[in-house]
Design a protein around this ligand. Sequence first.
Ligand code: ATP
Length: 237
Amino acid sequence: MLTIEKLSAGYGRADVIHNLDMKVHQGQLVCLIGGNGAGKTTTLRTISGMLRPSGGRVLLDGHDLRGLPSHRVSALGLAHVPEGRKLFGSLSVMDNLRLGAFARKDRVRGALSFDLDFVLEVFPLLRERRSQQAGTLSGGEQQMLAIARALMARPQVMVLDEPSLGLAPKLIAEVYAIIARLRAEGRTMVIVEQFANLALAVADHAYVMANGCIVREGPARQLRDDESVRNAYLGGH
Ligand code: ATP
């Protein structure tokens, strides 16, 4: 479904990520873990078209995404939930959700209201706050809205950057319970996470990054039990 081949990218002349190879199969939850500055966010940005690769390519269902602007990438079915959420703070929860569906081709009434019902059922808290300005939601609520908004695009692949960022433990658990539910429904997802334990507990397959390179990969369960991975790359997390 999503294939990343020899991908390199950076911000100036020097590359930050080097020669990455990754594969995400339909219905899989794949996580990308590694310490601060390993290059995880840069990888997601390159996949979703926010950064141009300096080498290699990204294929979504056979479409080469290389060089496409992010709105084209999202129209092809890849939804990015960025670090820091990037909501429309002055708009209501409902308007943010409707905007999530903006690039969809099947914007017929029935399909949109079906998906709205679905996300409001998954996130009952957003239903309660549907008229509230997004910018006034708490951090956890904003994270949920960001995920819900991405779901409204009915993406083929959803990529989430640090869904636990800045959240209290109880909310992190809630967000991860929702991610586990989406996985059980067969959604295809890529998650970047600094807290490796969280991600490895829900993922099918994992990639470990250090210094801009993939240094290990394997079934999430196998990496979770591997003490050498923890000690070498994850600072014991
Ligand atoms: P963290 O978990 O701390 O967010 P990360 O693994 O997501 O880390 P990146 O954010 O991809 O890492 O950063 C990788 C490297 O790229 C770092 O050295 C960082 O300083 C650099 N970098 C990130 N964003 C930019 C930018 N906009 N301009 C220049 N350098 C950047």
